[in-house]
Design a binder for this molecule. Structure first.
Ligand code: HEM
Length: 438
């Protein structure tokens, strides 16, 4: 079973890593407001889209008072403060698009943002744990956890598509919760040599990955690709490996040297990292480095949970050792579901980034198209055409990560576990190839 035998005596619980039994990595019932002293932040943070469209957000932030952070006491207060400061920061930096970026984040934002971030162990930039995990409330508190009954606390330019993007991702996180809980049973089952327990728990993980894909499908209904590409994406972008901010950003009053941070991306979601570690998926080279780095953009206790799962005895070795037909089949099925999820993700990325990027190039070259479409695409950042908001070169990265997942299969998918492409996927890929993507 290799060299990874550590931690075997310590029973693992979600609670010790601040992971909720009901909500997983989602912050349960985030606060909707901060103590009244922080009204100047919340007044601006609640109006970021309007202030950007009137080009007055930067002015408002220059006039904003420098507030102390010691009155923020609880974890949930700190999370809401991080969300509010991150939304203001992204708006401040990208207010005028990629052409007129700033070099310095003023001290009224940079000082409290860095203090709050330090207390949370998070970077001072917008992250998945802000916009998705801690940015929701139920309209009717007794109603269901459904898109119709959910609202964002704070938002960015892009209207209903921003709401759809963050809330659909939230539903994907929620769909993962039974799988997350079953990770503990898999680990215990391996520890006690209980093949039936491992098989049953792995089955739940597979079902959870399927439910995540079902939730993911809502993206098509709630998020418009041209709004996502042309308006929203830039506000999620960071200042690391970003050609439009090659030097990074100076956080005034914190340090004179510019700092570099990746932008917000669901690559910072802890859930797929957990499933990868459980199944033994190995991400090598620069892709592996990028994914590892994304763990520094997660709440510390979630990162520690992933590391703990990774330090447990190898499930894959256990499956090979046991040579139990049902267990092997269940393991293979689980790997195939994860490959299928990543294929679906690749196709979403094709629809929301690759196709609009290709269209943008065409429009720029021909200067022909519908006025509305031209407008949206013109404001789209050129620097992000080939890159993800986290800074990765998108397609090669995503396909390699998908292929590394396939490589975890014991039989290399030779007996009926192949992942058949979704019909909608084939259509999207056909449409994409007709647009001659480079
Ligand atoms: C319109 C919807 C989405 C788009 C356009 C999109 C785009 C991207 C891009 C461009 C990357 C490359 C990394 C980067 O530089 O940011 C990425 C990575 C990733 N995204 Fe998404 N994403 C979407 C939704 C989601 C959702 C809902 C999830 C699920 C929680 C997700 C999970 C991931 C993961 C885990 C990675 C890392 C690569 C991997 O492990 O396969 N994404 N995404």
């Amino acid at each position: 079973m290799g060299t990874k035998v550590k931690n075997t005596e310590i029973p693992l619980s979600l609670e010790q890593f601040h992971i909720s039994e009901d909500y997983g990595f989602i912050l349960p019932e985030p606060l909707v407001d901060l103590p009244v002293y922080y009204k100047p932040w919340m007044d601006i943070a609640r109006n970021v889209p309007e202030l950007i469209s009137s080009h007055s957000l930067r002015l408002r932030i220059h006039d904003m008072a420098l507030l102390e952070t010691h009155l923020l006491r609880t974890h949930r207060e700190l999370r809401l403060a991080h969300l509010a400061l991150s939304i203001m920061t992204m708006g401040y930096v990208w207010q005028e698009g990629e052409r007129e970026t700033v070099k310095v984040l003023p001290r009224s934002l940079s000082l409290p943002f860095c203090e709050v971030s330090q207390r949370l162990g998070l970077p001072p930039i917008l992250i998945h744990a802000d916009t998705v995990l801690a940015n929701w409330k139920k309209r009717d508190p007794d109603g269901p956890f459904s898109l119709e009954n959910l609202e964002l606390l704070l938002t960015l330019p892009g209207g209903g598509s921003v709401r759809g993007f963050f809330l659909v991702t939230l539903l994907v996180e929620l769909a993962a919760v039974p799988g997350l809980k079953s990770i503990l049973d898999v680990i215990n089952g391996v520890q006690y040599n209980d093949v039936a327990m491992v098989t049953k728990a792995l089955d739940v993980v597979s079902q959870a990955i399927d439910s995540m894909k079902q939730a993911f499908k809502l993206m098509h209904e709630y998020v418009d690709p041209s709004i996502f590409y042309g308006i929203m994406r830039i506000y999620l972008s960071g200042w690391k490996d970003n050609p439009s901010m090659p030097e990074g950003l100076i956080y005034e009053g914190v340090q004179e040297k510019p700092m570099e941070f990746s932008g917000g991306s669901a690559a910072q979601s802890s859930i797929l990292h957990c499933f990868d570690e459980l199944l033994g998926v190995q991400h090598e080279g620069s892709n592996g480095d990028f994914l590892k780095r994304m763990r520094d953009y997660m709440p510390l206790s979630h990162k520690q949970f992933i590391e703990n799962v990774s330090s447990r005895p190898s499930l894959r070795s256990f499956v090979l050792q046991q040579a139990d037909e049902r267990l092997t089949h269940t393991f293979e099925h689980c790997v195939a579901r994860l490959v299928d999820f990543r294929n679906y993700h690749i196709n979403i990325v094709t629809r929301y980034i690759t196709i609009p990027a290709s269209r943008a190039k065409q429009l720029r070259a021909n200067k022909q198209g519908l006025a509305e479409e031209l407008d949206a695409i013109r404001s789209a950042p050129k620097a992000l055409e080939e890159r993800g908001t986290g800074g990765s070169g998108i397609m090669t990265f995503l396909k390699t990560v998908r292929d590394e997942t396939k490589d975890t299969s014991i039989s290399q998918c030779t007996n009926g576990n192949q992942v058949s492409p979704d019909p909608s996927i084939t259509e999207i890929q056909k449409a994409a190839s007709e647009l001659t993507i480079e």
